[in-house]
Design a protein around this ligand. Structure first.
Ligand code: GDP
Ligand code: MN
Length: 410
């Protein structure tokens, strides 16, 4: 699960990390008041204080896309807000269709002496979490990783001992931090490591972590988190009420959200052959076998071990809502799942499916392979409905099914 920047900032603040305060708005008419409030709280000039307006979407690269704007007046804040809320954001992380922006964050702008990168994620090679940092943080971190990998520093985190203070101190010195900055950095890294584990994160990233220029009150400057991104392990979400409240359904892919509602795991892909399978392993084997015969799967869809007839009907309608789909392979091995339940679902979906010309019933090729629990009843159900399923072909096994659907799709 992903969350918005304003939610990430709230989470960081709860763990004691230094984050400037911010407001969220949904309408350009709210921008002027948010500007006034931000400059007032930060003690900046009410007429030309620096304020940042930022699109809240589940994607980065906003700065380069023009969806992070620094403004110096309430009028410019309003204009920036109007632009962002009425244009889709296309960045290097969104794909060409871009994302609709529904919320904006408005915060007092901070002066930046230096931008750092700081993150924790899991390194699958070493099977450990790893603290990653760079003195070349900011909007070009992907380029740094590619062109100057030595500028990306790492400290592996022992799974039992956790991130040790000496590791954070070493990281701070390696980043070139000095004086009071080191203590600030250690506190930030320690808190981030605690948050990462306690909230079942798969990624916790602060980019940039900034250093402010020196002042009389803080001669070494101050480290602040001004952008953050989190991903969470979906299998851990069930035990975090606070994270569940962060789930923004409006940002999710509509087909994926519908699938989740019915307990289906669905991942859209680029191909043309829709797959309806029970079990993640079988679903992957099905996709591989389709590929082996020269076809391209349109999706991964696991209806699970105990899907209801409604869930199966829904699974078909999700697959068929993808316009690229011009053939479907149903591959069911009935263990817990009753093959007849799947067969009933197929018949229902076929009966109810509306074609663009107003007629009902599948027009695209449908290949069904059923095996296992109650398979005879399942096959009988399909045969009894044969007049409604003119494009149906039965397959004897997975290989036969994949071959038939690839041939039928052409
Ligand atoms: P991203 O492009 O989606 O990662 O958005 P960020 O929030 O990281 O902002 C991109 C860049 O905008 C940062 O790296 C900063 O250089 C700049 N920026 C963001 N907020 C401020 C601010 O308060 N003051 C200044 N001076 N620059 C900012
Ligand atoms: Mn950023």
């Amino acid at each position: 699960m992903k969350i918005h920047e304003y939610q990430a900032r709230e989470l960081l603040a709860n763990y004691g990390l230094p984050v400037p305060s911010a407001e969220v708005i949904t309408d350009p008419a709210q921008a002027a008041a948010a500007y006034d409030k931000a400059v007032k709280e930060a003690g900046l000039s009410p007429t030309d204080g620096l304020v940042v307006v930022k699109a809240q979407v589940h994607a980065g690269g906003r700065g380069k896309a023009g969806f992070v704007k620094l403004v110096n007046s309430s009028k410019d804040a309003t204009d920036a807000a109007a632009f962002m809320l009425s244009n889709r954001m296309v960045s290097n992380q969104t794909g060409p269709e871009g994302l609709e922006v529904k919320k904006l964050l408005i915060a007092a702008g901070v002066d930046i002496a230096h931008e750092y990168y700081l993150a924790i994620t899991t390194d699958r090679d070493t099977r450990r979490n790893v603290l990653i940092a760079s003195a070349e943080g900011g909007v070009e971190i992907e380029k740094v990783a590619e062109e100057n990998p030595d500028a990306i520093l790492q400290q592996p985190i022992d799974p039992l001992m956790g991130l040790q203070p000496y590791q954070s101190r070493k990281m701070a010195f390696d980043l070139g931090l000095k004086g009071k900055q080191v203590g600030q950095a250690v506190k930030i890294m320690t808190a981030l490591a605690k948050l990462f584990v306690e909230k079942d994160c798969s990624l916790a990233e602060i980019n940039p972590l900034i250093l402010t220029p020196p002042t009389d009150a803080a001669p070494d400057g101050q480290l602040l988190a001004i952008d953050a991104k989190f991903n969470f392990d979906d299998n851990g979400i069930g035990r975090h009420k606070d994270l569940q409240a962060f789930d923004d359904k409006a940002e999710a892919n509509p087909a994926e959200a519908r699938a989740e509602e019915f307990g289906l795991s669905y991942i859209p892909l680029d191909g043309s052959i829709g797959c309806l399978v029970n079990g993640a392993g079988l679903a992957m084997a099905t996709m591989d076998t389709i590929k082996h015969h020269g076809g391209d799967p349109a999706n991964f869809l696991d209806v699970g071990g105990s899907a209801t007839e409604e869930a199966v009907t829904e699974a078909f309608s999700i697959i068929l809502s993808d316009e690229k789909v011009n053939g479907i392979l149903v591959n069911i091995f009935g263990g817990i799942m009753d093959c007849d339940t799947i067969a009933q679902g197929v018949v229902n979906a076929a009966k109810n499916f509306k074609n663009p010309d107003g007629s009902t019933g599948f027009q695209i090729p449908l290949v069904v392979r059923l095996e296992g629990n109650n398979v005879d009843a399942g096959r009988a159900t399909l045969e009894a409905a044969a007049d409604r399923l003119p494009t149906l072909q039965a397959a004897s096994d997975l290989n036969d099914g994949a071959k038939k659907v690839v041939e039928a799709v052409g």
